[in-house]
Write a protein that binds this ligand. Structure first.
Ligand code: ADP
Ligand code: ZN
Ligand code: ZN
Length: 731
């Protein structure tokens, strides 16, 4: 008796057994393979499950196990290799396999719709139709004509048939006679060609030669290249080699805004089928991209985080651009790291994975030190451009207008006068404008979170950036009824208004998640900026992600202090990455650029390091400190978090979890907490956490498994708990 082992999307960390549908013939059963979808009853619902395995059992307790309703696919849509990756990820991140598998499929297939191959609808002869002699069906000339046409070419698309005067009614009649069948005509395969690239400089050339030599085997490479050093050219030339060997290439990028820019560079270089996969696409577009990856017609897939699950069976090279970027870590639900899964996929596909960044993560630098990753350095900017000069502006006791010192405004004016572009960076975090009463000190706070509301003056509202609650801007203080309400801090909107007034006639482009929401906003801006007319770019974190703005000459960080006093142990690493990346937008072509940092703490050691050392040196000294303290990447972490209606419920749960599991944990592990999460109250719920630290990944895995098993058994009334492996925040 055959039993299907299924992955079913549900919060339960389990696999589920089902009998085949009652009416399934042995021949149909023999076609069911791991990777096929089936419809099954689940509780009171009907859901899509994914076959993980088919097991033969001599005895099945028929009353205990339900039968599947329908087999949805007559061949597997997911390869056994991809199933293995999903099983690995489910196991490593302690997430239900059903949800992991589901996340690897596009929505239409998840919902149980039929799998449709790409291509135009068409017709071909059936076995019976092929047996007909020429000149058959003489009594219906149209049908005879259709048959003759099909006898000449194996298959014809519907458009051509209509063009020859053969209607769909004619084809339907042939279909009822079993003489023809419907089919899909594959689009003609494009001949892949690469246009020749730039002449590589010595550093690039050494990197390409070394990495290219590892095609066909599993190797991890870190490409550490300063901003503007031509990492993309290295990617392109390696991709050309992989394409020659008939392989598929996966390119991960941190942000949707970068896809048009990146794709354009790829389209210019390669005559090949280049697919984008990201959350900004419509369902239909996503399905097409996914299917092109699966059926092998896609040569290059460029995508954000989730495309690390793209079904590519001829994977020959994986590139993770800006590998340090925190957007590769999913921060809710299935909390995976796309960078780490990319390495796993490369291992399984036996191909190289290339992690590229101007500011590599300490994890990757550590892996280089341990000899696990090959290291390639691009220390010079390509094309002769020089790295920018960095200087601070000490703003202590200086009069500031809307956050700008006179010195900074002079530098901006000077740059614009020289016909250059200016980029002003505002670190939104901890810098958002809040509303305060000048009479009594009242602060506008969110009623759901431990957070202040942010002023959105143009819309006349106060908004919480943690739970999105919003209220109308009050006319007077709710406590003392005073009318002197001050906006403290500086937001992009306020800076925007000030700059427009101060530099009339100078175009100002704002780059933040509000202004860049429209689908093509970022790519339009990038195009606009290429004309190199003087203008001001004002933006947040979004500006740090690898954009190439050749006309930008001055970069200023309006408040460098905002990032200096983070309590998170990764704070200094993030600060160094952020400042280096922002600075890296300056002077990428032509004249050397300039970077100015406004600060109250010009002597702060972190700022001093940034001024006097390269990121490469600075990062290695931060890493040495971390290793000395036994912090990641020297150790591994996991976080168990609870969300509960009150603080005590969560802490009690974590306390009991700790008591029950502490004795069973590996010796190298320790638990810290329960403690309130860094932002304890969020969206009306209280958050607590228990931190697990271990000396090795293996021990962290064992300990996490023990904790999850215990937590699954504990009563969890009034709370929700989650586990985050290798968390990026939480300390
Ligand atoms: P990165 O990704 O490292 O920040 P890019 O790949 O965007 O850098 O390259 C920066 C600029 O240098 C681009 O304008 C690119 O065309 C140019 N460039 C890259 N490699 C070379 C080369 N070998 N010769 C001349 N120009 C180059
Ligand atoms: Zn809130
Ligand atoms: Zn007041």
């Amino acid at each position: 008796m055959s039993i299907f082992r299924l992955a079913i999307p549900s919060p339960l960390r389990a696999q589920f057994d089902y009998l085949p549908p009652a009416d399934l013939t042995p021949e149909e059963l023999s076609r069911v393979k791991p990777g096929c979808r089936v419809r099954v009853p689940f509780g009171r619902r009907e859901v899509t499950g994914y076959v993980l395995a088919i097991e033969e059992k001599t005895e099945v307790p028929a009353n205990k196990i339900r039968a599947a309703l329908q087999i949805l696919d007559d061949f597997p849509l997911m390869s056994t290799q991809m199933i293995e990756i999903c099983l690995w990820a489910a196991n490593y991140y302690h997430h239900p396999i059903g949800e992991v598998m589901a996340s690897a499929f596009p929505a239409t297939l998840r919902s149980g719709k039929a799998h449709k191959p790409l291509g135009a609808p068409g017709w071909r002869l059936s076995t019976q139709g092929k047996g007909l002699p020429e000149g058959a069906l003489a009594r219906s000339p149209k049908q005879a004509q259709a048959l003759a046409a099909l006898q000449k070419t194996a298959q014809i698309d519907t458009v051509t048939l209509t063009g020859e005067g053969i209607s769909s009614t004619v084809m339907r009649s042939l279909l009822t006679k079993d003489l023809v069948e419907q089919c899909t005509l594959k689009p003609p395969t494009r001949k892949v060609k690469s246009h020749s690239g730039l002449t590589l400089n010595t550093e690039q050339s050494i990197a390409v030669t070394a990495i290219q030599a590892t095609l066909g085997g599993f190797h991890c490479h870190l490409l550490e290249g300063v901003t503007g050093s031509g990492k993309t050219e290295v990617y392109l030339q390696l991709i050309a080699r992989a394409l020659e060997q008939n392989m598929q290439i996966l390119v991960l990028i941190p942000e949707i805004g970068l896809t048009p820019q990146t794709s354009r560079r790829f389209e210019e270089r390669f005559q090949a089928n280049i697919i984008n996969l990201h959350s900004g696409l419509s369902e239909g577009e996503r399905y097409k991209g996914w299917e092109a990856a699966r059926d092998g017609s896609a040569h290059i897939v460029i995508g954000t985080r989730s495309s690390v699950f793209a079904p590519l069976d001829k994977l020959g090279l994986i590139i993770v651009d800006e590998e340090h970027d925190s957007s590769y870590k999913q921060q809710d639900g299935f909390r995976y790291s796309a960078r780490d899964i990319a390495v796993k996929r490369a291992q399984q596909a036996q191909c190289p994975v290339l992690l590229g960044s101007a500011t590599p993560s300490l994890e990757s630098i550590y892996n280089v030190q341990l000899g696990r990753y090959h290291h390639h350095l691009l220390a010079q900017r390509a094309g002769g451009a020089q790295l920018p000069k960095v200087a601070t502006i000490d703003i202590r006791k200086q009069a500031l207008t809307a956050g700008f010192s006179a010195a900074l405004l002079d530098a901006v004016a000077d740059t614009l006068n020289r016909g250059k572009q200016v980029l002003l960076f505002l670190n939104r975090r901890g810098f958002a404008p809040t509303l305060q009463c000048h009479d009594c000190g009242w602060l506008a706070e969110c009623r759901n979170c431990d957070a202040r509301l942010t002023v959105h003056r143009r819309q006349g509202i106060l908004r919480c950036h943690h739970c999105t609650a919003s209220v109308k801007m009050p006319g007077a203080c709710p406590d003392c009824h005073g009318r002197a309400l001050l906006t403290s801090g500086l937001g992009t909107q306020q800076a925007d208004e000030f700059l427009r007034a101060h530099f009339p006639g100078v175009p100002l482009h704002r780059v933040d998640s509000d202004s860049m929401r429209a689908k093509d906003a970022m790519s339009n801006l990038v195009t606009q900026m290429q004309n190199a007319d003087p203008c001001i770019l004002l933006g947040t974190q979004m500006l740090t992600k690898g954009h190439h703005f050749p006309g930008v000459n001055l970069v200023a960080i309006i408040d460098a202090d905002a990032a200096l006093f983070s309590t998170d142990f990764r704070g200094e690493e993030r600060m160094a990455q952020l400042l280096t990346q922002v600075a890296g937008r300056a002077g990428r072509e032509g004249e050397p650029g300039k970077v100015l940092l406004q600060t109250h703490y010009p002597d702060h050691p972190t700022l001093q390091s940034i001024l006097t050392k390269t990121y490469a040196d600075h990062a290695r000294s931060i890493l040495a400190d971390r290793l000395a303290l036994g912090m990641p990447p020297a150790s591994s972490m996991a976080l168990i978090r609870t969300d509960a209606k009150d603080a005590a419920t969560g802490e009690l749960f974590l306390e009991r979890l700790r008591e029950q599991s502490a004795a069973n944990l590996p010796a190298s592990t320790r638990l810290i907490g329960p403690l309130p999460a860094p932002m304890q109250r969020r969206a009306g719920l209280f958050r607590s956490q228990l931190l697990l630290m271990a000396n090795s990944r293996q021990d962290a895995q064992l300990a996490a498994r023990t904790l999850v098993t215990s937590a699954d058994k504990l009563p969890a009334r009034g709370l929700k708990w989650t586990i985050d492996i290798d968390p990026l925040d939480g300390m």
